[in-house]
Design a protein around this ligand. Structure first.
Ligand SMILES: *Cc1c(COP(=O)(O)O)cnc(C)c1O
Length: 457
């Protein structure tokens, strides 16, 4: 069955690994709209971001013209401990589906944190250390980002304070223990330890929390404690920049064998893995050198692209963060706690939002039960237990491969397998027990939170 020219796994040698990140914004004619100061509604300047974020990361956030930014040697050395990640030809899945499509996935789950998030965590911790900071604060939803950041902070000897969305804190106690093992402190959010947390708890007693609440708490602690800055694991341009290592490695591996994908599929929470995976391909598309179908997959329970509004909004529930122009469900939108995986953020990367708005990519939403069905099919033939987030991409990759079966087209599909599902076994248990359901917001739910968008423009 195996195509004898293409191995099951395409690895790169250390010498073939990328030495620079690629900044997709440099090739965009319509740049993503700037972040605005929530008070003045004017574009944020570096000085205003400096009390919140590390200096070098602010520079990366605001840089929309430099296409390639060198990866510092210390970060490249850390990358070598778990990268390059394999690009796998899914021969067994193709066989199972009896499809003429050729399916590849880039697997980012081969590190202790279990996901792609380590690619940006190590970069952000490095710049914090370089600036001489004591530590960083952050939020974590499903727990992958907090875990990745704890690993990165312990490597560089930084303190790490994590606000973990309460529902995940309760559903995933083992995530918390991994973070504590790497020396991080972990607080369930919303908490009584911050002003904004106390306010949210007073207004919504019994809330299970959201990423938006946890972000507000983490920012408050960073701003109030000297020597601390806030770091974020997705959404921001700097995170997409670091994650471009995924796409660059994928492109180098495909080029080695002269493979040109027809479509590239990734799950989208805040957009960082997808933005990273597609970066070099989207660059070619923007420069008119090649064309690809690029598909973002989001959960039906938190459908920012497919049912959101393209507008300026807060990134957090406490409304203290900068305003970003993005596809959003409104910062007061809280997805159903029933939804198992990550991908629970109300907004989306400004870069991907602009590209989607300009027609350079597609988006689709899928329901949780069909996502776990796809995860099961994949696990049984490819062996890897996928993260529920990643399984959104698997769902659509399988659907596209099945379409090829009908039409007989031999399309090449590449998808991002962002992580492992070892910490999502409560969700797998629900699925296996037939107790999983889909909770999709009504138009009224979405309209109610979108009505509260800040008035800008
Ligand atoms: C965080 C996470 C995602 C979603 O975040 P993006 O910023 O959209 O990439 C997807 N998969 C896994 C495994 C994650 O940990």
């Amino acid at each position: 069955m195996a195509d004898n020219k293409i191995p099951y796994k395409i690895y790169l040698t250390e010498d073939e690994m990328p030495t620079s990140w690629y900044n997709l914004r440099a090739d965009m004619k319509n740049k993503p709209a700037p972040l605005l100061n929530p008070g003045t509604l004017q574009p944020l300047k570096a000085e205003e971001l400096a009390p919140i974020f590390c200096e070098e990361l602010v520079a990366q956030e605001l840089d929309e013209t430099t296409p390639y930014i060198e990866i510092p040697a210390e970060i490249r050395d850390f990358y070598k401990m778990y990268r390059p990640s394999p690009l796998v030809r899914a021969y067994c899945l193709e066989e199972k589906l009896q499809t003429p499509a050729k399916i590849y996935y880039k697997f980012e789950g081969n590190n202790t944190s279990g996901s792609h998030k380590l690619n940006s965590a190590i970069a952000q911790a490095y710049y914090a250390k370089k600036q001489g900071l004591k530590g960083v604060t952050t939020e974590t939803g499903a727990g992958q980002w907090g875990t990745a950041l704890s690993m990165a902070c312990s490597y560089f000897g930084l303190d790490c304070k994590v606000f973990m969305v309460k529902v995940s804190y309760e559903q995933k106690p083992f995530r918390r223990e991994v973070m504590r093992t790497y020396g991080a402190s972990v607080v369930p959010s919303p908490s009584e330890t911050t002003e904004v947390g106390r306010k949210i708890l007073a207004e919504h007693p019994g809330t299970t929390g959201s990423l938006g609440c946890a972000i507000s708490e983490a920012v408050e602690v960073a701003v109030k404690n000297p020597g601390y800055r806030y770091v974020l694991g997705s959404v921001l341009n700097q995170v997409l920049l670091h994650q471009s290592v995924i796409g660059l490695e994928t492109k180098i591996a495909l080029d080695k064998y002269g493979i040109k994908p027809d479509m590239i599929i990734g799950c989208a929470g805040g957009g960082s893995n997808l933005g990273g995976l597609i970066a070099p391909f989207m660059g070619e598309k923007l420069r008119g050198e090649a064309d690809y179908r690029i598909i973002a997959v989001e959960p039906a329970s938190c459908p920012s692209f497919t049912r959101g509004t393209f507008a300026y909004d807060f990134c957090d529930t406490g409304m203290i963060c900068p305003l970003a122009k993005m596809y959003t469900l409104g910062s007061s939108f809280i997805p159903s706690p029933n939804h198992a995986g990550g991908l629970r953020f109300h907004g989306m990367s400004t870069t991907l939002s602009q590209l989607y708005h300009d027609g350079f990519m597609e988006a689709t939403s899928v329901e949780q039960t069909s996502v776990f069905e796809a995860a099961e099919t994949f696990a049984r033939v490819e062996g890897i237990l996928p993260a529920p987030e990643s399984s959104h991409a698997i769902r659509v990759a399988i659907d596209e491969a099945l379409k090829c079966k009908e039409t007989g087209e031999e399309k090449t599909i590449v998808f991002g397998l962002t992580g492992t599902g070892y910490f999502d076994l409560v969700a797998y248990q629900k699925y296996n027990d037939g107790e999983m359901s889909d909770q999709i917001p009504t138009d009224e739910d979405i309209a109610a939170s979108v009505a509260k968008l800040p008035k800008v423009e």
